[in-house]
Every structure is written in structure tokens, then in C-alpha cells.
Design a protein around this ligand. Sequence first.
Ligand code: ADP
Ligand code: MG
Length: 239
Amino acid sequence: MIELHSVSKHFGGAAAVEDFSLRIEAGALCVLVGPSGSGKSTVLRMINAMIEADQGKIELRGQDIRSLDPVLLRRGVGYVIQSVGLFPHWTIRENIAAVPRLLDWSDSKVSARIDEIVALLQIEPSLLPRYPRQLSGGQQQRIGVARALAADPDIILMDEPFAALDPLSRANLQEELRRLHARSGKTIVFVTHDMDEALLLATNMAVMHKGRLVQSGAREEILLHPVNDFVRDFFGREA
Ligand code: ADP
Ligand code: MG
């Protein structure tokens, strides 16, 4: 579904990502994990074509992203970030409908999709006419996830989406994401620096350090057979 071939990205001469190759199968929940500054967000933003790689090639569904129309590309790729960035002057309903509206869906199709997504993510329907500032951080982030899913993309990129939340909201949304992934079969790339979150969510993991991929594979494989001391120490537990 997603393939990166020897991708590099430099900012002002310094390598943020170096010779990074990874293949993510359809339906995986791949957690990109590593310490702060290891290049995780840069990888995600290159997959979404928000920034361009200096070297290497990225393919989505077998197509080089440079050959894809950026609008079409983002239509098929949902993106959720830490600070949710809901539009403050739009209601919750309008926020969730933002992408479907861009796609010229009919009003009835948008409306049906909102009902579906509200049920899927267990959003209290009474929140829909409210404004973002009237919601808690956890509720807002749930709406951010709903907005990313609204147009039914088959790829979802999430960059530390729950990092700013209180532990309870965080645990709830992690659980929701696991359910969603199990039911929908979507391909999810989830970035975190938190190894507990990585272990909880991942079917597959890619461990990054200083811009490079250190190890990738099935979650158990990495836990049982870390390739080096960095990976072993990062997860900090006995296999
Ligand atoms: P992570 O998400 O793992 O914390 P990032 O991908 O954000 O890491 O950053 C990797 C490196 O690239 C860091 O050293 C960061 O300072 C640098 N970097 C990221 N984005 C930019 C940018 N837009 N301009 C300059 N340097 C950047
Ligand atoms: Mg980051």
C-alpha cells in the first residue's frame, strides 16, 4: 500500500531522514516509533506530499506520488496531528463535513456519512451543533479523528495524535483506534515517541533513530529479536 525506497530529506544541510526504506502492507497498523527528532514526522509529511523528498521514491498503491495530483492524493489519505486544528468558527458537524464538502458530495450523502462516523467513533450527537471551544481536549481530538475519516480514505496518517491528552481520554481513543482498525481494515501509519503506545497499537513497527530506520517488522518479531542495543534499550524490557 505504501512503499518508501531509499528516501532522504535534508533541512539546511542536516539530514532529517536518511536512506529510509519501508514497505507497509494494506491493512497494517504500522507504528513509526523513535525518540524525538528521529525523523518520524518528516517521513509522514513526505508520504502525504506535504514536503518533497530530496532523494528516493515514495509509492502509494504502486503509484509514484510525484505523478499523483496532490488534491487526489490527500483525498485518499486522512491526516491527524497532535494539535487537532479544528476550524474554531465552524460547528462540530461542519468540521467533520469539511472534506466531504470539498468532494462535491450531495447534502444527503454528507449527512448520511456524518451519522455513520458519529456512530463509529461514539461521538455524542448533542456535540454536533457546538463549537470546538465548547469541547474538552479529548472530545476535540475525537472530532479530529472523525474529520480525517469522514471522506473514507483508505490510508490514515497519525502524528502523535493523542500526545497532549489526559491519560483517560488517551486510553479511550487508543481503544477506539484499535476497534476502528480491526473493523475497517484501513492502512494506518501511527507516529509516536511513546513505546507503550507503540506496543499497544502496532501490528507492525518501524523503529527510527537519527533519521534512519533501525528495524522494522511485526511487533513480536521486534520485541523478541531486537537488532541492536538501541532497539532493546528503547523498549526497555526483557523479551
Ligand atoms: P520527530 O517527528 O521524530 O520528532 P522530525 O521529523 O520532526 O522528528 O525532525 C527530524 C529532524 O529534522 C529534527 O532535527 C528537526 O529539527 C529537523 N526538521 C524537521 N522539520 C524541519 C524543518 N521544517 N526545518 C528545519 N528542520 C526541520
Ligand atoms: Mg514529530
